[in-house]
Design a protein around this ligand. Structure first.
Ligand code: COA
Length: 344
């Protein structure tokens, strides 16, 4: 019997504190008008002092488990996508594992910046399709607000904090990932980087004085790379899945900039209405963004069994990713599991 990896639970968490463009006008030489027209962002969420990537991920993860009617103890693996881990060691995935009580799960972090959630979906699906594991949690979370230079108007206006999670489980249902494309171009790494605090530049008074612990970005170059890489990857993923643009019901993209999304959608020849957008409310939440977007799509009832979803993302590394997923009959899979918990 072929094994597929279906999403059967989803959840997200966004911190309560809202930072609007108007708030930023009071902090920097910027304007609501500039930010809206250049990026489409109206507001973003900022983590409270006692919140971190792992605390936000744990809430999103628990929500995904609740939706799947699954106990944390039944998870085999936790993959946490993040660029802003609580600590360099231990991995944030282990903190989430402890927090939700997933005593039988392996756990590790994955860092491909803004493509992290799509990379995580692909990786989780491989573990399940190979027969190695039955139930995998993918969670993406970021506390980017702690790595931004709040005096640098070219970067700090773009990003926000939050977390998104999904539970994937083995099923014989014809659903889950149909195809994927993952790419990287390390030579572009310096275009988007947090250079300080690693082995190359350990934290020191000098690195702090130079602001090396802040996110640095060359926005114009990233913009062009983003459109080019997402258009190519999405085209390849659709071809691999044997589908065309007409077969796609919902596009779940990385939420960085509405102009990037428009340019990508136009180049791909997809209807704008099929592209899910929430960058206006959250800004760019990096590895969390696709997870939050997917969770919101599902909460809104936009995804029906048999629908084809197209994921597209780009990010630091540089990296890019695209995947085609067929949405499962979630209620049927959950009901079947509850009836006979040990089958599959
Ligand atoms: C960052 C970004 C919004 C900038 O938009 P842009 O149209 O390329 O703007 P530019 O960088 O050319 O800057 C235009 C002007 O606006 C100014 N500016 C930059 N940020 C500003 C802000 N927040 N408020 C007001 N003015 C600003 C610049 O200083 C520049 O002024 P100048 O012409 O006097 O030099 C855009 O390049 C972008 O979104 N890039 C992709 C970034 C991204 O997605 N990163 C995450 C990757 S996962």
């Amino acid at each position: 019997m072929p094994r597929h990896a279906a999403v059967t639970g989803w959840g997200h968490y966004a911190p309560e504190k809202v930072l609007t463009n108007r708030d930023l006008e009071g902090m920097l030489d910027t304007s609501d008008e500039w930010i809206r027209t250049r990026t489409g962002i109206c507001e973003r969420r900022i983590a409270a002092h006692d919140e971190t990537t792992s605390t936000m991920c744990a809430i999103a993860a628990q929500r995904a488990l609740d939706k799947a009617h699954m106990a944390a103890i039944d998870l085999d693996l936790i993959i946490c996508a993040t660029t802003t881990p609580d600590t360099l060691m231990p991995a944030t995935a282990c903190l989430v594992q402890d927090s939700i009580g997933a005593a039988n799960a392996g756990a590790f972090d994955l860092n491909t910046a803004c493509t992290g959630f799509v990379y995580g979906l692909v990786m989780a699906s491989q573990f399940i399709q190979s027969g190695a594991y039955d139930r995998v949690l993918v969670v993406g979370g970021e506390t980017l607000s702690r790595f931004l230079n709040w005096q640098d108007r070219t970067t700090c206006i773009l990003f926000g904090d939050g977390a998104g999670a999904v539970v994937l489980e083995a099923t014989e249902d014809e659903s889950g990932l149909l195809s994927f494309v993952l790419g990287s171009q390390g030579s572009g790494g310096p275009l988007l980087t947090i250079a300080g605090g690693g082995a190359a530049k350990p934290a020191s008074p000098e690195t702090v004085a130079a602001g090396d612990h802040y996110l640095y970005m060359r926005g114009n170059e990233i913009f062009k790379f983003a459109v080019r890489s997402m258009v190519q990857a999405a085209g390849e993923a659709l071809t691999k899945a044997g589908l065309t643009q007409e077969d796609v019901r919902v596009v779940v993209p990385h939420q960085a900039n509405v102009r990037i999304l428009r340019a990508t959608q136009e180049a791909l020849g997809l209807p704008w209405e099929s592209v899910f957008v929430n960058v206006d409310r959250y800004g760019n939440t990096s590895a969390a963004s696709v997870g939050i977007a997917l969770s919101e799509c599902a909460d809104l009832g936009m995804l029906r069994p048999g629908d084809n979803l197209l994921f597209i993302a780009f990010g630091g590394g540089l990296t890019w990713a695209s995947a085609v997923m067929r949405w499962a009959d979630v209620d049927a899979i959950v009901a079947a599991r509850e009836e006979s918990p040990n089958v599959i």
